[in-house]
Design a binder for this molecule. Structure first.
Ligand SMILES: NC(=O)C1=CN([C@@H]2O[C@H](COP(=O)(O)OP(=O)(O)OC[C@H]3O[C@@H](n4cnc5c(N)ncnc54)[C@H](O)[C@@H]3O)[C@@H](O)[C@H]2O)C=CC1
Ligand SMILES: O=C(O)C(=O)[C@H](O)COP(=O)(O)O
Length: 386
């Protein structure tokens, strides 16, 4: 198959030239508004989640031979339409799952501090136990936190042991973390999975975190519950109608971030690299570029701890050294104030500060702090003893 010459990439894809430049001429464009003249010529289209690749877009792109999305989620892609036109496709499964889990730990440890509790006092329900939810369950278990998992598709395929239904999680958990993909039809649809009835059933004091997709939760119903009872702690990273999100819900949320849970540099570059590999394979070409050559060394490679910190204080310190979700909440607020919500939401994401994953930080423990090792390793940091 001849190599493609015209490649469109979303403007916010790091290392796009280094990778897709091996195929042909790379043109960066704003993903929400791809110009018709560029689509008319494009043979390869590489997106993130903000480009709706549907029949209307494909009608404008008659030369397209491959579409890639450097994201985990694929709800913005009409895969049936691609298949019908014989257009190759790849997403980047798992690419930023570690980053989302880092973000969840940052958000939950912040909530615990705000409420004057430790996380181990709460039972965490995980809805959607795939790449993200599964890794979250593993890290929470390593920290000694009780978790209940809900994943009906997995329960059906693998047997129900270890899985619970959503009603049980709502009834028994103090924290509910939503990590489902957006699925609009079928027996396991997730659109408004947390609907008015389920939101009303949440126990007073529940911490509700959504880092799946905004449409998995009925925002109007959540707003109504918060206005009527104000008895939930809400940690929202994804929203209905991004980027023009509901500003009343945004103000009501306790921690409101602009869909950046997966925004580590590591996660973004893994996404680019996975899709690059798939595109090269599609065109029968060798993928020579190595992921390691794209990743810079971390700006904060090491931290040293000595005796004196409790495990949770040590964890909070290391977590915040890598990623503090409050910075993203403040960033969204500032950008929204300066530019209006829709432009501010996208603007903050486009200017996202450098963030590396917990696994890039080595925590060196002096002798008096050696007993912190299981906690720090459990949370995802590398540990060395001195
Ligand atoms: N906030 C952010 O920045 C990010 C958000 N995401 C979102 O998180 C989603 C999950 O990511 P992964 O874990 O990597 O995907 P995955 O495909 O590995 O796992 C999703 C899991 O959800 C389960 N599931 C499907 N329908 C369900 C239902 N009705 N109830 C409960 N569970 C259900 C599936 O069986 C699967 O195990 C993505 O599809 C994406 O929408 C992903 C990355 C970053
Ligand atoms: O990977 C996914 O799925 C995500 O939700 C992305 O991390 C979101 O990033 P953008 O595609 O909105 O840049």
């Amino acid at each position: 198959m001849p190599a493609p010459r015209r490649i469109i990439v979303d403007a916010n894809i790091p290392a796009a030239e280094a990778c897709f430049g091996e195929l042909g001429e790379v043109r960066r464009l704003p993903g929400r508004q791809l110009p018709p003249e560029a689509l008319a010529e494009a043979e390869v289209l590489i997106t993130r989640s903000i480009t709706r690749v549907d029949r209307a877009l494909l009608d404008q792109a008659p030369r397209l031979r491959f579409v890639g999305t450097c994201t985990i989620g694929t709800d913005h892609i009409d895969r049936q339409a691609l298949a019908e036109r014989g257009i190759g496709f790849s997403s980047a499964p798992g690419c930023n799952a570690e980053a989302v889990v880092d973000h969840v730990l940052g958000a939950l440890t912040w909530a615990a501090e705000r409420e004057g509790q430790e996380l181990e006092e709460r039972r965490v329900g995980i809805v959607g136990v795939g790449q993200v939810g599964g890794r979250l369950a593993a890290r929470l278990a390593a920290l000694g936190i009780e978790t209940l998992c809900c994943d009906p598709p997995r329960a059906e395929a693998e047997g129900s042991e270890g899985f619970h239904d959503l009603e049980t999680l709502i009834e028994r958990c103090d924290v509910l973390c939503l990590h489902t993909p957006l699925v609009r039809g079928g027996s396991h649809a997730t659109h408004h999975l947390l609907d008015a009835r389920r939101l009303a059933a949440l126990r007073p004091g529940t911490w509700l975190l959504n880092a799946g997709r905004g449409d998995c939760l009925d925002g109007e119903a959540l707003k109504a519950r918060l206005a009527a009872r104000g008895d939930l702690l809400t940690l929202l990273d994804v929203w209905e109608n991004e980027p023009a999100i509901d500003e009343v819900l945004w103000r009501a949320a306790d921690l409101a971030t602009p869909h950046v849970a997966g925004y580590s540099l590591d996660g973004k570059l893994r996404g680019t690299h996975q899709v690059y590999g798939a595109a090269m394979h599609h065109f029968g070409l060798p993928a020579r570029r190595k992921l390691a050559s794209l990743l810079p060394s971390p700006a904060l490679p090491r931290l040293t701890l000595d005796a004196g910190l409790s495990p949770w204080d040590a964890l909070r310190l290391c977590i915040r050294a890598c990623h503090d979700p409050r910075r993203d909440a403040l960033g969204l607020a500032r950008f929204a104030r300066e530019r209006g919500m829709a432009r501010g939401f996208d603007g903050y994401r486009a200017a996202y500060p450098l963030r590396r994953e917990f696994a890039t930080l080595t925590v060196e423990l002096r002798e008096g702090a050696a007993d912190l090792a299981p906690w720090l390793e459990g949370a995802g940091f590398r540990v060395e003893h001195r």
